[in-house]
Design a protein around this ligand. Structure first.
Ligand SMILES: Nc1ncnc2c1ncn2[C@@H]1O[C@H](COP(=O)(O)OP(=O)(O)OP(=O)(O)O)[C@@H](O)[C@H]1O
Ligand SMILES: [Mg+2]
Length: 211
């Protein structure tokens, strides 16, 4: 990992494990690059209507790298498309405070980068290299990142915070701060330990839901 990555900005609070302040996903009052307030999204109408997101509140601080994890179909891509402005919420509000938001990787002139499972199909070596590259660009450009993945270790490897959504309809059920103490490796014991905790939480949610 590059020295740039090691010296990048970190959020003020660095306690390991779950942190609940205003509620999972919500930061205490402060600057926000992205703020979702009680956002719900319904697709379709009548008996076939699908509630994809259910009152999601999530605040991402400027420069923060937030990873979103949740079962398939819980609304992760829906959430990103709403933040990108590609679709409108059915209820609630989303604010990006005039920042330039992009769904593209390596896009120019973005303040907020939204990534939807960008490395899912890659071999491990290439993925590791792209993690380092993403971390470098993030550190250099001071980006805010909202990153969706099914890979819990990847979320812990990259994120300042891992936000767990419930099975559909998606709600924020837990968040985990990831301590940033020097270079991280996806195969390190620290990453593995927190990933195991998060995986247990996901499994608990999925069995509750019957996934
Ligand atoms: N345009 C649409 N019209 C109708 N239903 C939709 C539409 N887009 C998504 N959905 C439904 O909304 C729910 C959430 O979908 P979404 O794609 O956001 O989930 P996801 O968490 O990204 O899933 P995955 O992990 O498989 O990518 C799913 O039940 C999906 O079928
Ligand atoms: Mg998706």
């Amino acid at each position: 990992m590059s020295s740039v990555a090691q010296s990048r900005r970190t959020p003020p609070e660095q306690a390991a494990g779950a942190s609940a302040r205003s509620g999972p996903g919500e930061e205490a009052a402060g600057p926000a690059a992205v703020r979702l307030s009680e956002v719900s999204k319904v697709y379709g109408r009548g008996p076939s209507a699908v509630l994809a997101l259910d009152r999601v509140s999530l605040t991402v601080a400027p420069g923060e790298f937030t990873c979103l994890i949740g079962a398939s179909g819980c609304g992760k891509s829906t959430l990103l498309s709403l933040v990108a402005g590609l679709d409108q919420p059915t209820a609630g509000s989303i604010s990006t405070e005039g920042r330039r938001v992009t769904l593209m990787f390596l896009a120019q002139d973005a303040d907020v980068l939204l990534m939807d499972e960008p490395f899912g199909a890659l071999d491990a070596m290439t993925r590791d290299l792209l993690h380092e590259e993403l971390e470098r660009i993030w550190g250099q450009q001071g980006l805010t990142v909202l990153f969706v993945t099914h890979n819990v270790r990847e979320a812990v490897r990259l994120g300042d915070r891992v936000v767990v959504l419930s099975s559909r309809p998606g709600r924020v059920i837990e968040e985990y701060r990831v301590p940033r103490q020097g270079p991280r490796r996806i195969d390190s014991p620290e990453v593995a330990r927190l990933a195991a905790t998060i995986t247990d939480r996901l499994r608990e949610e999925m069995s509750r839901h019957g996934d």
